[in-house]
Design a protein around this ligand. Structure first.
Ligand code: AGP
Length: 611
């Protein structure tokens, strides 16, 4: 995933573009660049490898680039290694067409060959340079109609794209088009902004247009005109964004990840309070009604990464509380395995960004089968939210750290509440159990807060293990689901090779990897299962492993483990919300102690909008 920005107005474009890119750097940060048209009509392009700070230095913080119309880009490489040559903006010969692009052009290779046959030359390995030359080709072929050239481009390519285009012949105009990659257009007095995400423009405007798939836009100072793929004018509604701008600031924390770890109690509470009213779960805003809930006979939960791990947890919760069969799929697998969907199936899609390409594609696969879709999403107006039949928004606020924490936690409680409401509507639980479960969920923020604010022991453990080579996280049932998320956190931010394993499965092969000093972290929150997990942990200890338990207070783990992190008592259905916190914190400190970029780990991006 990459970040794109654009600006037309009365101010110095370069400074606004660089500021916007700094708010989007979480989307990709292996190279960056900006292009600004100056008053004599030339488009000056500056690109650098590495993080945005290199571009800021190279352009003297934008001072060196005159002009009030420009575009910019921060990259997460898909085609061609991170380098200045492959950095955006990309351009056709003599800069007649300059573009920035977020997405993937799947048939770029065959188009590149055709353009080379027509005399085009290429300097990079990217699909985006093909975009620039293809638009240039159509622009010249059809007597310089900027919109028509882009329309022909749209018909010719396959893939996903959010593109901003500057034509050398068209001063003070930027053209934009999107398909399956996010883009918004902000309007202020006498100036217009383009960005992949809201934080890039909040400083200047909260009034935005959401450009929809296969729509084109012509951007000029203070104005945006929209067209469909037949170039017919479209009227669009201006939306006022209410998001809190400080969410994109660290507020005294060293890293966004730790700030967002601390924001979890609030994120959980806000999400609960948006759904629970007067002690009852109200799904009216979601839109799904009791008859629908009673009618389903199976649920698929689909997501990627941590969102998938929420699904694994919710499988146990839904099946235990609501007695409805649940299958969980990686989004990238769901769409290719011909899932057996019927009119009584509900597909739940989980996504923090609401832009993950695999999850969006899975959603489209589900809709092809005419089944109901419900998305649990953290970004209002995101592509997955807008394409789903029902939407349950988490209220975690903008999450900047690439490694998700508060959004994951908010997704969990949103799922718990759904499961409890399903159980109630399907008469699986009575009023007393309903009330009790909601009270247990309401108690989660306080228990999370207790763990978030007792970090010393965890920090000490992180220092003890910051140089381990291999870590295994094991558990049974919901404890296994927790180990999946804990393992991903540790891998993501500390680069320590960590494997999550169903505790009972370890002895069927993988235990051969246990050596002297290997760290085995056991999740012990499911009382009925911990004796077996403890035995599995002992099996590794007898082969040299060191044992760390993350255990519910009083569950009786200390006697047989080398180290124990105790967590507050909680209904075992909901223990993932509390047990994951020490693993987030330990991963964070291991990353810091290893001198790594906690918020922007290597090779990653906050939301992967390519397949
Ligand atoms: C989690 O820490 C990772 N950043 C990643 O696994 C993420 O959960 C995944 O890419 C899904 O993103 P989404 O929730 O925005 O769809």
């Amino acid at each position: 995933m990459c970040g794109i920005v654009g600006y037309v107005g009365g101010k110095q474009a370069s400074k606004i573009l660089l500021e916007g890119l700094s708010k989007l750097e979480y989307r990709g940060y292996d190279s960056a660049g900006i292009a600004v048209r100056n008053d004599d009509g030339n488009i000056n392009i500056v690109r650098t490898k590495g993080k945005l700070k290199n571009l800021i230095e190279k352009t003297n913080n934008g001072e060196d680039l005159e002009g009030s119309c420009g575009i910019g880009h921060t990259r997460w490489a898909t085609h061609g290694e991170p380098s200045e040559k492959n950095a955006h903006p990309h351009y056709s010969e003599k800069d007649s067409v300059v573009v920035v692009h977020n997405g993937i052009i799947e048939n770029y290779a065959e188009i590149k060959e055709k353009l080379i046959e027509k005399g085009y030359k290429f300097y990079s390995q990217t699909d985006t340079e093909v975009v620039a030359n293809l638009i240039d080709y159509y622009y010249k072929e059809i007597e310089n109609d900027p919109l028509d050239a882009i329309k022909k481009f749209m018909l010719r390519v396959r893939g996903s794209y959010a593109i901003a285009v500057m034509y050398k012949d068209c001063p003070n105009e930027i053209y934009a088009v999107r398909k399956d990659s996010p883009m918004i257009i902000g309007i202020a007095d006498g100036e217009t902004f383009i960005a992949s995400d809201v934080p890039a423009m909040l400083k200047y405007t909260r009034d935005v247009y959401y450009i929809d798939n296969m729509e084109l836009a012509k951007i000029t100072a203070g104005k945006a005109e929209f067209f469909n793929s037949d170039e017919e004018v479209i009227e669009k509604e201006l939306v006022h964004i209410t998001m809190d701008e400080t969410a994109a600031e660290k507020n005294g924390f060293e890293h966004f990840m730790m700030k967002e770890i601390h924001e979890q109690p609030e994120a959980i509470k806000k999400t609960i309070n948006s759904i629970v009213e007067d002690g009852k779960i109200n799904l009216e805003k979601v839109g799904i009604d009791a008859e629908k809930i009673k009618n389903y006979n199976q649920i698929f939960i689909v997501g990627c990464g941590s969102a998938y791990h929420v699904g694994v947890t919710l499988k146990y919760v839904f099946e235990s509380i609501a007695k409805i069969p649940v299958q969980v799929d990686f989004a990238s697998e769901f769409r290719y395995r011909s899932p057996l969907l019927t009119e009584k199936t509900l597909v739940i899609l989980i996504s923090q960004s609401g832009e993950t390409a695999d999850t969006l594609a899975a959603l489209k696969e589900a809709k092809k089968h005419n089944v109901d879709t419900l998305s649990i999403v953290n970004v209002v107006g995101s592509s997955i939210a807008r394409a789903s039949e029902y939407v349950l928004y988490t209220l975690a606020g903008p999450e900047i750290a690439v490694a998700t924490t508060k959004a994951y936690s908010a997704q969990l409680v949103a799922g718990y509440l759904l499961a409890v409401q399903f159980a109630k509507e399907r008469d699986v639980i009575d009023d007393k159990e309903y009330k009790n479960l909601i009270e247990e969920i309401n108690a989660i923020p306080e228990k999370v807060d207790e763990v978030v604010n007792t970090q010393e022991d965890i920090k000490h453990l992180a220092s003890m293990f910051s140089n381990v080579d291999d870590v295994f996280m094991i558990g049974r049932g919901i404890d296994y689901a927790i180990s999946l998320e804990g393992s991903l956190k540790m891998k993501e931010v500390s680069y320590v090779h960590t494997e999550a394993y169903a505790a009972g499965e370890l002895k069927h092969g993988t235990i051969s990897l246990i050596e002297d000093g290997t760290l085995v972290i056991g999740l012990l929150t499911q009382k009925s299962l911990i004796e077996k997990t403890l035995s599995n942990m002992q099996e590794t200890k007898s082969r040299g492993a060191r044992l760390l338990a993350v255990a519910t207070n009083g569950i009786g783990a200390a006697k047989s483990c080398d180290y124990v992190i105790n967590i507050p008592k909680i209904n075992p259905y909901f223990s993932a919300s509390v047990a994951v916190i020490p693993l987030q914190i330990m991963s964070y400190y291991m990353s810091v102690l290893r001198g790594l970029d906690v918020d922007k780990p290597r090779n990653l991006a906050k939301s992967v909008t390519v397949e």
